[in-house]
Design a protein around this ligand. Structure first.
Ligand SMILES: C[S@@+](CC[C@H](N)C(=O)[O-])C[C@H]1O[C@@H](n2cnc3c(N)ncnc32)[C@H](O)[C@@H]1O
Length: 355
């Protein structure tokens, strides 16, 4: 079914140049500024991983590290809130965008739960400094999409989800896929395209994101093989053994450890024997400097539970839930791993439910 536009804000010249300025500054921050900081960090004492706490204290005293952190925090704030930030841009177009979002969705494609109980961690944090998070504002999905670069914003790499989906399906096509924390559906659509018969259910706590995901999918010929349900990944309203793959992208690092464990147990229930889980996320590297930037990102980008994920015994937790064949492998998002700039330490976490 064709849908009427616009599902994204119009970008005027002033906003485009302001957002381009932030994008260009971020490149400076993640490239030359990062590399100079790394040079200075190499000269610090306590490089051994046994001395991480004292290395981190030395690093925190470097003026360049303070600038690096200041830029990371403030560029993110400015992207949303500055005079030409994403929030004023979207708010200025509220009436047209809300009208577009209220278009009818094809039967069976969207199931919202207005009485959903949101977990405390989800209510307590405005992840990524997105004001109000993805919880209630009907435009939250549109803001998130603009921010993630899907509509000309400043972050997010096109192709990342496609690359992840093709790696996960390199040896096997999955017919029934559950995408937890699907957001506005980038990962969901990437998995639909991995098989002509593949059907994907995307679930998320965010009603505004799911509505946008369903409308965007409706516009595509293959979109009818996806559906969107508002639910907690720890309590999914689907029968036992109804999926061959349970997946997520950029979800685990937003969860406290008990939520990750609950979701892992739920994934085990939902998977058919021989089914698999595959999560795309970030885990801290061994190197003290990169580790400090990982934990710094957690503080500066409003992602407090990255620390929880880093501290978990993931293998132990997956095995306790019944999974086997647990692996963690580095993921090179679009060839940027070798680019010598700052990047998140992407990994794919996989495990299998025994036959
Ligand atoms: C960083 S976003 C990633 C979205 C999407 N996977 C992507 O890569 O574009 C994390 C998503 O997880 C959702 N989320 C967080 N906790 C959840 C939970 N317990 N159950 C389902 N979704 C959750 C958030 O609402 C958000 O849409």
């Amino acid at each position: 079914m064709a849908i009427a536009r616009p599902l994204e804000p119009k970008l005027d010249t002033a906003t485009a140049s302001y957002q381009n300025f932030i994008g260009a500054f971020r490149k400076l921050w993640s490239g030359p500024i990062y590399r100079e900081l790394r040079n200075q960090a190499e000269a610090l004492p306590d490089q051994s991983s046994d001395n991480y706490a004292s290395f981190e204290a030395h690093l925190a005293r470097l003026p360049l590290h303070q600038l690096f952190g200041w830029l990371e925090y403030n560029l993110q704030q400015m992207k949303y809130l500055g005079a030409y930030g994403i929030i004023p841009m979207v708010e200025g177009q509220r009436a047209a965008l809300e009208k577009a979002l209220m278009q009818p969705v094809s039967d069976g494609m969207l199931r919202l739960a207005t009485d959903i109980r949101l977990p405390d961690y989800y209510k307590e944090t405005d992840f990524h400094h997105h004001p109000g998070g993805l919880r209630e504002n009907p435009l939250a999905g549109i803001v998130y999409r603009a921010s993630a670069g899907a509509s000309g914003g400043v972050v997010g790499r096109a192709g990342l989800h496609r690359l992840f989906a093709s790696e996960v399906t390199a040896d096997r096509t999955f017919a029934r896929v559950l995408d937890i924390g699907c957001g506005f559906g980038r990962s969901t659509l990437a998995f639909i395209r991995t098989g002509a018969e593949t059907e994907v259910v995307g679930i998320d706590l965010s009603g505004p994101c799911l509505r946008l995901a369903a409308l965007l999918a409706m516009d595509l010929p293959e979109g009818g093989r996806s559906s969107y349900i508002q639910a907690d990944g720890a309590d999914v309203p689907q029968p036992d053994e109804s999926f061959d793959l349970v997946t997520s992208t950029m979800l685990l690092h937003e969860l406290p450890a008990d939520a990750t464990r609950a979701m892992t147990a739920e994934a085990f229930r939902l998977l058919a024997p021989g089914g698999e889980v595959a999560h795309l996320d970030f885990l801290p590297p061994e190197d003290n400097f990169l580790r400090a930037l990982y934990f710094g990102h957690s503080r500066r980008n409003a992602e407090p539970h990255m620390r929880d994920l880093a501290a978990m015994d993931l293998r132990g937790d997956f095995e306790a839930a019944g999974f086997t064949d647990f692996t963690v492998t580095p993921f090179d998002e679009n060839g940027t791993a070798g680019s010598d700039g700052w990047r998140l330490p992407w990994v794919i976490i996989r495990a299998r439910k025994p036959e």
